[in-house]
Design a binder for this molecule. Structure first.
Ligand SMILES: *Cc1c(COP(=O)(O)O)cnc(C)c1O
Length: 379
C-alpha cells in the first residue's frame, strides 16, 4: 500500500532537455550532479536520463550515492567527493569510481584502498582556491601534488584531475571569481609542470556553466540547472536560461469548508479571514519538507487560480484561503509548484531561502511519480 494524498511528479523529459541545453552551451564535458537524491528528484531515474541526454559524468557528494549509481548499472564516469577518514574507499576503487582528494590523509587512504583492491585509483586533487570550504589550501597544494605524483609513479593512483569550487559564481562580477580563477589556473599549471597528465580541469557549477564560459575548462558540473531551476535568479530566470523545471509538487485537498469573516486559522491564529470565505486543507507540511517560513506568504494553484497560504504551515498540513465563491471540492488537486503554478523559486522567495533547498528538502515519505522516462533503458 503506497497511498499518499500528495506527490512529487518528475518530468524526466525536462531533465533530458536541460542536459541537452547545457551540452549545447559548452564544448566541455558535462557532469550532471545528482547528489542528495538528485536534488530531491530521484537519483537513478535522473542519472539515467541525464546520461541519455549527453552527460558523460555523474557527480555525487556521498560515496553511498556513487555506489548506488554503479549498482543501478550506470557505466559512465562517476566522481564522489565527501568522505571522512575510514570511508569504504576500496568499494569505490573496486567500482571504478573517481575520488576527490582534498588532503594528505585522504591521499594515504586512497593509496591504501588501491593497494587492497589491486588496481590504481583515479583521483582529482581538490584545491581550495578561495571558498574556504573543502580542498587543500593553495600553500599546501604543492605538497599534496608531490605526494600524489609519487603515488602515481608507484602505480597506486592516477592523477586525472585538478578541481575546485566557486563561492560567488551566481554573481559573475564579484571580484572573488577572478581571484579564484587565477588561483585555479596556477594550481593546474603547477600540476602540469610537475608532470601530471591531467584529463580534466574543472571548477564550474551551474551558475558558472550558464554565465561564465572562461570557467568551463574540460568539464562543467551543473547541479541545479539540470533540474531546470535558475542558479542565479538575479541574473536570469529558468526561462531566460532555456531551462524547464522538472518537478511538480501537488496534493489532493482533504477538506474544503466555508467560514465566516474573522475566523483565525492554524497554530497561533496568525491569519484571520477578512470576509466570509472558503478554506481548503492541503495534506502537506514541514514533515514533507514544506518550509514553515512560507507560512502566510507562499501561494498555490487551486480552483484555477493562485491563492495564498492561510496561517502557519504545520507538520502534515496547511490551510489555503480559496476566497469567497470558490468552487473547489475535497479531492481536487492543488499544485504548490510546477507548470502553470507558482515556481520553486517563488516558494524560495516566500520562505527566505533558495530553490535548491525547496526541492532538496522534499521528504522521503512523499511518493515520486516519473513521467517521460527514456524508452529502452537497460536495467
Ligand atoms: C553541488 C555541487 C555542484 C553543483 O552545484 P550547482 O550550483 O547545483 O550547479 C558542483 N560541484 C560541487 C563540488 C558541488 O558540491
Amino acid at each position: 500500500m503506497s497511498y499518499y494524498p500528495a506527490r512529487v511528479t518528475v518530468d524526466l523529459g525536462a531533465i533530458r532537455e536541460n542536459v541537452a541545453t547545457l551540452v549545447r552551451r559548452t564544448p566541455a564535458a558535462v557532469m550532471a550532479v545528482v547528489k542528495a537524491d538528485a536534488y530531491g528528484h530521484g537519483l537513478v531515474p535522473v542519472a539515467r536520463n541525464a546520461v541519455a541526454a549527453g552527460a558523460s559524468w555523474l557527480g555525487t557528494a556521498q560515496i553511498t550515492e556513487a555506489l548506488a549509481l554503479r549498482r543501478a548499472g550506470l557505466e559512465c564516469r562517476i566522481l564522489t567527493w565527501l568522505y571522512a577518514p575510514g570511508a569504504p574507499l576500496d568499494d569505490c576503487v573496486g567500482a571504478d569510481i573517481d575520488l576527490s582528494v582534498p588532503a594528505l590523509w585522504a591521499l594515504d587512504e586512497v593509496r591504501a584502498a588501491a593497494r587492497a583492491v589491486g588496481r590504481p585509483a583515479r583521483v582529482h586533487l581538490k584545491v581550495d582556491t578561495g571558498m574556504g570550504r573543502n580542498g587543500i589550501g593553495v600553500d599546501e597544494f604543492p605538497q599534496l601534488l608531490n605526494a600524489a605524483l609519487a603515488a602515481e609513479h608507484a602505480g597506486e593512483i592516477r592523477v586525472v584531475g585538478v578541481w575546485s569550487h566557486l563561492a560567488c559564481a551566481d554573481h559573475p562580477e564579484h571580484p572573488a571569481n577572478t581571484a579564484q580563477l587565477d588561483a585555479f589556473k596556477n594550481a593546474v599549471r603547477l600540476a602540469e609542470e610537475a608532470g601530471a597528465s591531467l584529463e580534466v580541469r574543472h571548477i564550474a557549477n551551474s551558475a558558472a556553466t550558464l554565465l561564465s564560459p572562461e570557467f568551463h575548462f574540460d568539464l562543467v558540473r551543473p547541479g541545479l540547472a539540470t533540474y531546470g531551476l535558475s542558479p542565479a535568479p538575479n541574473a536570469g530566470s529558468a526561462t531566460d536560461f532555456e531551462l524547464r523545471p522538472a518537478l511538480t509538487l501537488s496534493a489532493d485537498l482533504v477538506l474544503v469548508k466555508d467560514v465566516p469573516a474573522g475566523q483565525g486559522v492554524s497554530y497561533d491564529l496568525t491569519y484571520t479571514t477578512y470576509s466570509d470565505t472558503t478554506l481548503g486543507v492541503v495534506p502537506l507540511g514541514y514533515g514533507d519538507g514544506i518550509p514553515r517560513h512560507a507560512s502566510n506568504n507562499a501561494r498555490v494553484r487551486a480552483d484555477d487560480r493562485e491563492v495564498p497560504l492561510a496561517g502557519r504551515v504545520c507538520m502534515d498540513q496547511f490551510v489555503i484561503d480559496l476566497g469567497p465563491g470558490a468552487t473547489a471540492r475535497a479531492g481536487d488537486e492543488v499544485v504548490l509548484f510546477g507548470p502553470g503554478a507558482p515556481t520553486a523559486q517563488d516558494w524560495a522567495e516566500a520562505a527566505g531561502t533558495i530553490s535548491y533547498e525547496i526541492v532538496t528538502r522534499l521528504g522521503a515519505r512523499l511518493p515520486r511519480v516519473y513521467v517521460n522516462d527514456v524508452p529502452n533503458v537497460s536495467e
